[in-house]
Design a protein around this ligand. Structure first.
Ligand SMILES: Nc1ncnc2c1ncn2[C@@H]1O[C@H](COP(=O)(O)OP(=O)(O)OP(=O)(O)O)[C@@H](O)[C@H]1O
Length: 231
């Protein structure tokens, strides 16, 4: 049984339809990349999975249970972990406080966060608004990991970061998946990075899946991906 199953999902905001009859699934431990140009509905898909966008029809199943009508906070408790593009760090709390307020019982705790990103340990007494972009992203990822999710949804985690930081984040995400068996869904403009990090990928255009396949195959024939993502 897939961990997450999206079936003929139509979703958007108010009366506006952004996603049309979209179907996809993510297995336990699997990495899925979501690619596409600006405005095609990638973030909306994440928001719909988390319960923050409006579902008009279709179904969402989590470990076989329908969650289409389940409120967002309960989905988070069920093991869906969301790392928003805005990072949503509390500016007036320290790094450590940001981590602790997110914490829920489970295998991943403060020590694991600091092992994953030693930089966060060095900065643990810094306020949330006194961090570099890369440190903020590390904190945003760890804060979600502190909720001990089964699935980690990342929205453009590499946006605006220096290449050396992107490499560090990529290596850590790879290690996390290998060691802890997390399933991940990653939305990225950097398509080649996202393909290198994932097992499978979907490419969206105007609210629909226009291409999907194994990431290795899409990387080997990148021209067909570029057709859909080039501006
Ligand atoms: N809160 C909202 N209310 C109404 N429409 C919205 C809202 N958020 C996004 N949209 C619209 O939904 C469509 C898809 O946006 P979405 O953010 O999902 O795209 P995206 O592929 O993630 O793009 P980007 O890479 O720019 O984030 C766009 O036309 C956008 O204008």
């Amino acid at each position: 049984m897939p961990l997450l199953e999206v079936e003929r999902l139509t979703a958007g905001y108010g009366e506006a339809v952004v996603l049309e009859e979209m179907s996809l699934s993510v297995d336990d431990g699997e990495g899925l990349a979501v690619l596409g140009r600006n405005g095609v509905g990638k973030t909306t898909l994440m928001l719909a999975i988390m319960g923050h966008a409006r579902r008009l029809s279709g179904s969402l199943r989590w470990q076989g249970t329908e969650i289409g009508g389940t409120p967002a906070y309960q989905r988070a408790r069920m093991g869906l972990g969301w790392v928003p593009q805005e990072r949503d760090i509390f500016p007036s709390l320290t790094v450590e406080e940001n981590l602790l307020v997110a914490g829920r019982p489970g295998a991943f705790g403060l020590k694991d966060a600091y092992d994953l990103f030693p930089r966060l340990k060095e900065r643990r007494r810094n306020m949330g608004d006194k961090l570099s972009g890369g440190e903020q992203q590390m904190l945003a990822i760890c804060r979600t990991l502190m909720t001990n999710p089964r699935l980690l949804l990342l929205d453009e985690p590499f946006e605006g970061l220096a290449p050396v930081i992107v490499e560090e984040l990529e290596a850590t995400l790879r290690r996390l998946r290998a060691e802890k068996g997390f399933a991940t869904v990653i939305v990225e403009q950097h398509a080649e990075d996202a393909l290198a990090l994932s097992d499978r990928a979907i490419v969206l255009d105007r609210g629909k899946i226009v291409l999907e396949g194994r990431s290795a195959d899409l990387l080997a024939d990148f021209a067909q991906v570029r057709r859909w993502i080039a501006v």
